[in-house]
Design a protein around this ligand. Structure first.
Ligand code: NDP
Ligand code: OXD
Length: 309
């Protein structure tokens, strides 16, 4: 039995060393070095090259290096009937909450605009809003969404959530399904997308959905670029229906040089960094599943293929 690591972002050695640092005897290889493909039972992947999983005839688990698994389901060449797992990690959730809180406070107090004004040596005081003025709508009240809600509520924000199935939590209301979507959207002065990308959520942030937000609402997309119907965003901002957006994820990453989002004064862009899996924090859960395979016991953090997340 062995583990293969597949990713194309220059971080293979960093991850391999993180595994070996904590588990020196672990049979872990990266996909570009010589290894017995027959031995491999677990592939840990992040945006792997399509077709790369077909080299492993004895694969029992495909594990995402991150929380999302959309790129695994998109690879139609992947071996089917192999368990898929994802990362569920308190540090990943805390990092996401910190990022979103930072964006919200920047928006409330116009801090990004003053940064631009300073570059132009322009003194232009603007009206600001307060925490009490806003209801944060968390689209995707799952692991990351609930952690975010629990970090915003003590600060005085009103929070509403939206999920696929009905669920109740003590401190805020979670709407669900198509039936609850409109009520959820109507209240959300700041909408944070934390959905998984699936057939049901593809381009869910389109004109129809975003038009149901209150006038002047702000959009934060930290989930996947595929959630946003990109060509429908700028008209909603330019018409004044939305006051702006902060986007961490894009249909195509890196964002193409000529994309209109780069130059729009009311769109803030970050390069898919809202929350990044930290090897020190997630190696343990990935290796735990490798040992579970060895012992033939059920894996943790599995994904339901029928839901796609
Ligand atoms: P979870 O699976 O824990 O939560 C997903 C939530 O979305 C659940 O509440 C689920 O509902 C809800 N949901 C799914 N489908 C629908 C639907 N069709 N209609 C309504 N609600 C739906 O995921 P995580 O919180 O761990 O992660 C969310 C996503 O965040 C990841 O998939 C990834 O794409 C993205 N991400 C982005 C990062 C970045 O740096 N930008 C970093 C980490 C993650 P229910 O509760 O009923 O199942
Ligand atoms: C993730 C991500 O899914 O980093 O973990 O986007």
């Amino acid at each position: 039995m062995a583990i293969v690591l597949i990713r194309q972002d220059g971080k293979l050695d960093l991850w391999k060393n993180a595994f070996l640092g904590q588990y020196p005897d672990l049979p872990v290889f990266h996909y570009e070095e010589p290894h017995s493909t027959e031995e491999v039972t677990m592939a840990i992947v992040w945006k792997h090259p399509e077709g790369s999983l077909t080299h492993y005839p004895n694969l029992q688990c495909i594990a995402s290096f991150g929380a999302g698994v959309d790129f695994i389901f998109e690879d139609n060449t992947r071996p089917k009937n192999v368990t898929i797992t994802r990362v569920i990690d308190p540090a990943l959730a805390a990092d996401m909450s910190e990022y979103v809180l930072g964006v919200i406070l920047m928006y409330l107090k116009n801090l990004d605009t003053y940064r631009q004004d300073q570059a132009n040596k322009s003194w232009r005081p603007k009206a600001y809003t307060r925490i009490a003025d806003h209801t944060i709508g968390i689209m995707g009240a799952g692991t990351l969404g609930i952690t975010l809600a629990n970090s915003l509520l003590p600060l005085g924000f009103k929070v509403v959530g939206w999920s696929r199935e009905a669920k109740e939590v003590e401190n805020f209301k979670i709407y669900h399904g198509q039936g609850g979507k409109t009520n959820f959207l109507r209240q959300s002065t700041i909408l944070v997308c934390l959905l998984p990308l699936t057939d049901a959520t593809k381009e869910i942030l389109d004109k129809e959905t975003l038009s149901q937000l209150p006038k002047g609402a702000y959009l934060i997309n930290v989930a996947r670029g595929g959630h946003l119907a990109e060509n429908q965003l700028i008209p909603l901002i330019d018409s004044g229906h939305l006051s702006g957006a902060c986007l961490d994820v894009f249909q195509q990453e890196p964002l193409e040089e000529g994309h209109p989002f780069w130059d729009h004064p009311k769109i803030k862009i970050t390069p898919h960094v809202a929350s990044v899996s930290d090897p020190a924090s997630v190696v343990h859960q990935l290796v735990e599943n490798y040992y579970r395979l060895e012992k033939k016991v059920p894996l943790v953090n599995t994904v339901d293929p029928s839901r796609g997340y």
